[in-house]
Design a protein around this ligand. Structure first.
Ligand code: ZN
Ligand code: ZN
Length: 547
């Protein structure tokens, strides 16, 4: 009797605990949506907060979980590297995408991250589809989802930029689509993925939405006087479209497009983001994403924010207007997901691939230290060092991405030691005004930097691919013209970006604890109950997930 009572008590206990576990486990999402906003600084969330509606950024900020102090933890903070790190959960030291373009020391020429001449364009007869993710060494979260589901479920990457579609979608993607431009008004892909475009892409291309967007002038969404979060419209720190007399509104796109790359002009206006969202919606319908028993993954990247940021800078009315319009595009996209996939059936994250610095010329006007590095002069300076100490100007093979590649054969043929030459260069290049730190590859191979900017440099250093001397410029240094801005450094203005999780399985809340961008992929993997990408070194952010 006593035993029976104990047994039923144990059974009841097991039932209660297991039913509790079942109740706590969020249901499987039918669709994961990764959204990357190219060049979005964290402070674009706060600076324009009172100008955003309730259904865009504010909807996911309120209903989801925001990492308020999330950073990139490597150098350089460029588009290809950022997208890859988000989706692989690791840094260039492991994933091998060390920049957008870099000097390939094996091929002895500069290469572009996703170029691959083994493939052809699908969608038009141009050359811009000869791409693949072959230079990416590790797996992506999208690959892992495919592996976990025995290749069931669809994974698709979409962006105006090829690299921002291809790298997130991974090696096993069903498709990656990007927009061609110039005289080609077509979303294209590569024979790496398929032989022919699906009907929904062909239909979308025939629809000719781009002309519709390019025939309207770009005027501010609201009265231009209300843009008090930005500088005056006409100022010397902003770039202009070719054919414009001043960098001001309105921008008559119809008359400017022939001088600004015809269809490529859409990449550099807010409508480029709307156009991307249009295509993402067509993909969700056309591919029936979120409708099967498997989990699908859509990786969408909005690139126009980056082109606009480069041209006009951080505090331009153009930039503010772009984010106010993007907020509306996002509101509309979230509503579409609710209707098409169902509120309870999708999980999303939104982040950026890097941020950006205030135009150094503007910072200089405010007496904040900021610089422009003249690459030609710097290369001459490097040659002077090798001439002075080693009596040769033939020891340098390439200088790019703040790295020096030595001609090792030449160095050895002169009876010199590669490490000695590299160390001398590292010691001497800091005498160039804009160079702040320099270390040799050997130092990065033999010393572990656990914090600070040298840790970021080390995370961006790939022994197989990187150069022999790696340099860090002063804060707020750019190599470019004096208008507009750029990114690429390990300083906080480039590393601090929004990370917001939202939807099924996600807690409501926010944290100001410091996290790395590489924590996104393992967190999503944990939520999906799948293995994280194979090079992941990020952590699972427990507080984000309902458990
Ligand atoms: Zn970018
Ligand atoms: Zn950029």
């Amino acid at each position: 009797m006593k035993f029976k009572f104990l047994l039923s008590f144990v059974c009841l206990f097991i039932f209660l605990t297991s039913s509790k576990q079942i109740a706590q486990q969020p249901k499987k999402s039918k669709l994961v949506v990764g959204i990357v906003i190219d060049q979005m600084r964290y402070d674009y969330l706060t600076r324009f907060a009172d100008r955003y509606g309730k259904d865009g950024f504010n909807r996911i900020l309120k209903g989801g979980f925001s990492l308020e102090n999330a950073h990139y933890n490597y150098i350089p903070t460029y588009t290809a590297v950022g997208h890859t790190s988000i989706y692989t959960g690791t840094t260039p030291s492991e994933h091998g995408i060390i920049s957008n373009n870099w000097y390939d020391k094996f091929l002895k020429k500069s290469i572009y991250c996703v170029d691959d001449t083994n493939y052809k364009t699908v969608g038009n007869n141009g050359l811009n589809g000869k791409k693949s993710p072959k230079r990416l060494y590790t797996s992506t979260i999208t690959d892992q989802l495919h592996l976990a589901q025995n290749m069931h479920g669809k994974t698709i990457g979409i962006s105006i930029k090829d690299r921002s579609a291809i790298l997130p979608a991974g090696h096993t993607a069903n498709a990656a689509y990007w927009y061609d431009g110039d005289n080609y008004n077509t979303w294209i892909t590569s024979t790496f993925y398929m032989k022919d475009l699906p009907k929904w892409v062909k239909d979308f291309n025939l629809d000719n939405k781009a002309d519709e967007y390019l025939n309207k002038p770009w005027e501010t969404l609201y009265d231009i006087k209300s843009y008090t979060n930005s500088r005056d419209d006409d100022n010397i720190y902003e770039g202009k479209l070719v054919g414009q007399k001043s960098p001001t509104f309105p921008k008559n796109l119809k008359s400017l497009r022939s001088k600004n790359g015809n269809f490529s002009l859409i990449k550099t206006i807010p409508a480029g983001n709307t156009f991307t969202a249009d295509f993402a919606k067509a993909a969700i319908i056309g591919e029936k994403l979120g409708k099967s028993e498997y989990t699908d993954f859509l990786a969408v990247s909005f690139s126009s924010t980056d082109y606009i940021g480069h041209k006009y800078g951080v505090s331009a009315i153009e930039t503010e207007d772009t984010y106010l319009r993007l907020d509306k595009d996002l509101a509309d996209f979230f509503k579409f997901l609710d209707q098409q996939v169902g509120k309870e059936n999708y999980t999303l994250f939104l982040t950026a691939d890097h941020a950006a610095v205030h135009a150094p010329s503007y910072l200089q006007s405010l007496k904040i230290p900021a610089h422009y590095l003249n690459l030609q002069k710097f290369r001459e300076f490097v040659l002077k060092i090798t001439k002075k100490y080693f009596n040769s100007i033939e020891l340098i093979e390439n200088v790019s991405n703040y790295q020096i590649f030595l001609d090792k054969e030449k160095v050895e043929s002169l009876g010199l030691d590669v490490n000695t030459v590299a160390q001398k260069l590292a010691d001497e290049v800091v005498y160039f005004d804009e160079i702040y730190k320099a270390v040799t590859a050997r130092t990065l191979q033999t010393t572990q930097f656990s914090t600070g900017i040298l840790n970021s440099l080390q995370n961006g250093y790939n022994q197989k691919l990187s150069g022999d001397v790696l340099m860090i410029p002063n804060p707020a240094t750019l190599i470019r013209e004096r208008t507009g801005t750029s990114h690429g450094s390990g300083y906080s203005y480039d590393t601090h970006v929004p990370v917001i999780f939202y939807g099924n399985g996600i807690n409501q809340g926010a944290t100001s604890k410091r996290y790395n961008i590489t924590d996104i992929a393992p967190t999503i993997a944990n939520f999906l109950n799948i293995e994280a990408p194979n090079g992941t070194n990020g952590v699972v952010i427990d507080e984000v997930l309902e458990k």
